[in-house]
Design a protein around this ligand. Structure first.
Ligand SMILES: [Zn+2]
Length: 291
């Protein structure tokens, strides 16, 4: 099993989500901590490290849509930029570069970024994808498994040892800055992608009659980020993508914007033959501050 091999090659990566003691791999089929808390590797090539099951609000359909949108190149400029940041990092020692995608969903961004970064001239990359949704992780593990460990787990009480990651990605996902600070190596970086005021504005206008998001939401996110991390780069990406069916429907099904929308307006959007959509995303790069 590829998963067991990756785990065996990275001792110290995991710590018990229940008691925080170190974990070791037994017979290539379970992770067990020194207090005998035991988590089995799933046959599909991931590990579930949630102490109790939680029903995520995101279903299979949402993740399949998100995968189709990421694979269509909708986020390509952003993923390419992030992969350049990863590939360009110089790390101390000979360790492989470990990247955590916190809130990875079905793993399409991490897979794309790993693939792009691996094309550069540098050491090996280990990707770790963490999400609370088993549906997302299952889809990730079925699609990509080389050099990536997929885990179901809770971001706020993550099942990893301290100082294990050189880079942490948080792409349009909730963050737990205290955990990120704990998980990063001393020279580690965090890459956070946040939506700008124009993000999906055409969809917002069609569904709610409003043009833009409140801009103060973005500055609040930025302010909170800078309380924990020193911002070293902030790059804004603004471009338009023209979507036709079935990608247009997949974008609608991927975004929380559609959840509270009026059904008639939603149907109108779903029946369009084409829609030009604005992408407006900011990538914040932060350095861990000395603790
Ligand atoms: Zn334990």
């Amino acid at each position: 099993m590829i998963l067991a091999g990756l785990m065996a090659a990275n001792p110290g990566l995991f710590c018990c989500p229940l008691c925080a003691s170190p974990m070791s791999l037994t017979e290539c089929k379970s992770l067990i901590c020194s207090n005998h808390h035991c988590f089995d590797l799933a046959r599909d090539g991931y590990i579930n490290l949630l102490s109790r099951p939680t029903g995520g609000k995101y279903g299979k359909e949402l993740f399949a849509s998100r995968k189709a949108i990421v694979n269509s190149g909708f986020f390509e400029p952003v993923d390419t930029y992030i992969s350049g940041l990863i590939a360009g990092r110089k790390l101390a020692g000979n360790s492989s570069h470990r990247i955590l995608d916190a809130g990875c969903g079905e793993g399409s961004h991490l897979a794309a970024i790993q693939e792009l970064a691996a094309a550069g001239p540098h050491r090996s990359l280990l990707g770790v994808g963490l999400d609370i949704s088993k549906e997302g992780i299952l889809l990730a593990a079925r699609n990509f498994n080389e050099n990536t460990i997929w885990c179901v787990g809770d971001l706020a009480h993550s099942p990893f040892g301290s100082g294990q990651f050189h880079s942490i990605l948080s792409i349009l996902a909730p963050s737990s800055y205290a955990e990120f600070q704990r998980l990063l190596t001393p020279d580690g970086i965090i890459v956070k992608v946040i939506p700008g005021p124009g993000y999906l504005q055409e969809l917002r206008e069609l569904l709610y009659g409003r043009l833009s998001r409140q801009t103060n939401v973005d500055s609040e996110i930025r302010e909170r980020f800078s309380e924990t991390f020193e911002i070293t780069e902030a790059r804004r990406f603004q471009y338009k993508v023209s979507l036709e069916p079935p990608l247009l429907q997949q974008l609608v099904s991927m975004t929380p914007l559609s959840w509270a929308a009026d059904q008639n307006k939603l149907q109108t959007v779903l029946q369009l033959n084409e829609l030009e959509i604005s992408v407006d995303l900011t990538v914040l790069v932060g350095r861990k501050q000395p603790s």
